[in-house]
Ligand binder design. Structure first.
Ligand SMILES: [Fe+2]
Length: 291
């Protein structure tokens, strides 16, 4: 009698590009693109563009800032996907990126969308705290954490761009993605380390297999903050995202995840973190190995 030594079950493939932009391929054939920002060169450049995408049935927009939505028009031109965005920003995104209104699925927190190959449960979220600028632009002593006196806020080419910029700070949504194969992916963009009580208290009841988590800056206690996310959610795999600072050479990604994983080991956690190389496909699997 002969028994097999191991079993590997592939369940989804994904690629990371820039900021929070992912391309996820499901076993049923559908493709989800998150936060389309794909510029080969120039503004927000990452060395890849929309022509590098292999497919796109649905686009998910976390918020309406340029680094999350800059390529929406080009992605729509190429694939004619459904586009999901917060209901408050949906109309303006259609106008700015020339997406037909009928192709937009506006969402609010608490909505569920079941596409068959995957289901999205929409969660409340906030933008990462990096901007205390007042609408008037007046100097404010409480703003000294992020902006030095006299520093200007972002500049926009049009009124609509400015509105989408401000709306992007106001309206952010994360999600939990589930597949018919019982896989759950949590998408957490916002204040790194789940430091806000409303984030922490919501996510502690969600137990995804994989969590895409906004990276904590390398200048703070990132190893403990990122380990907190794995501990709180019980996720087994963490993929840090919005890692432009790693690509600009500010820290070594392997050292960053090694330090997170060291803390995870010290805490006795099962979960571990891994950076994904831009543009590279990764296969996620479940498996059994004979010992
Ligand atoms: Fe961003």
């Amino acid at each position: 009698m002969e028994f097999e030594k191991n079993l590997t079950v592939p369940y989804l493939k994904l690629r990371y590009f820039a900021f929070n932009c992912f391309e996820i391929k499901f076993p049923g054939g559908k493709t989800l693109v998150i936060d389309p920002c794909l510029n080969k060169e120039g503004r927000f450049s990452c060395g890849y563009d929309v022509n590098d995408l292999e497919g796109c049935d649905v686009v998910y927009v976390n918020h309406s800032h340029g680094d999350h939505v800059d390529s929406l028009g080009k992605v729509y031109d190429r694939f004619h996907p459904l586009v999901m965005a917060n209901a408050v920003t949906a109309y303006d995104l259609c106008v700015q990126y020339d997406v037909p209104f009928i192709q937009m699925l506006p969402y609010v927190s608490g909505d569920t969308f079941d596409f068959g190959d995957f289901k999205l449960d929409i969660l409340h979220a906030r933008h990462a705290l990096n901007n205390l600028r007042r609408p008037s632009g007046k100097e404010d002593p409480f703003d000294n954490v992020f902006f030095k006196p006299g520093m200007k806020g972002p500049t926009y080419a049009t009124e609509l761009e400015e509105k989408l910029g401000n709306m992007g700070t106001l309206y952010n949504n994360n999600f939990v993605l589930s597949t018919p194969q019982n896989i759950q992916i949590g998408f957490f963009a916002g204040n790194p380390g789940l430091t806000a009580p409303e984030d922490r208290n919501m996510w502690k009841n969600i137990h995804p297999d994989i969590i895409f988590a906004h990276r904590a800056k390398y200048t703070v206690d990132y190893a403990n903050m990122m380990a907190d996310v794995l501990e709180l959610t019980g996720a087994r795999i963490m993929v840090p995202m919005h890692i432009e600072d790693a690509y600009s050479g500010q820290y070594d990604p392997a050292e960053y995840t090694a330090n997170i994983n060291k803390v995870c080991a010290e805490r006795g956690l099962v979960g571990r973190a891994m950076f994904l190389e831009r543009g590279q496909w990764y296969q996620f699997t479940s498996g059994v190995n004979k010992l």
